[in-house]
Design a protein around this ligand. Structure first.
Ligand SMILES: [Zn+2]
Length: 90
């Protein structure tokens, strides 16, 4: 029996009950990301993930705690320039 996995819908729910910024991400797109990242901003308009994008890699390393070894482990070339590592934003 085939079980249909639902797509994921993101939205902004406001205190008055209205909803804006509705966006749907197919489950298959989410599962195609080697890290299965749930943040919709990690996906392009065509729903491919940005793990192979240098700017996104910088964000992932700096803000999300991923390491260069994490990328290598899943077979992604690290394009982000080498830097001092995680920084605390002031
Ligand atoms: Zn990804």
């Amino acid at each position: 029996m085939m079980v249909r996995i639902p797509d994921i819908q993101y939205e902004t729910l406001h205190p008055d009950g209205t909803v804006t910024h509705v966006r749907t991400l197919r489950q298959s797109s989410l599962k195609a990301c080697p890290f299965v990242i749930f943040d919709p901003s990690h996906y392009r308009a065509d729903e491919t993930c940005k793990c192979d994008d240098a700017t996104e890699q910088v964000r992932m390393l700096r803000d999300w705690g991923y390491t260069r070894a994490d990328f290598r482990r899943v077979g992604i070339t690290v394009l982000a320039p080498k830097g001092p590592g995680r920084k605390v934003q002031s």
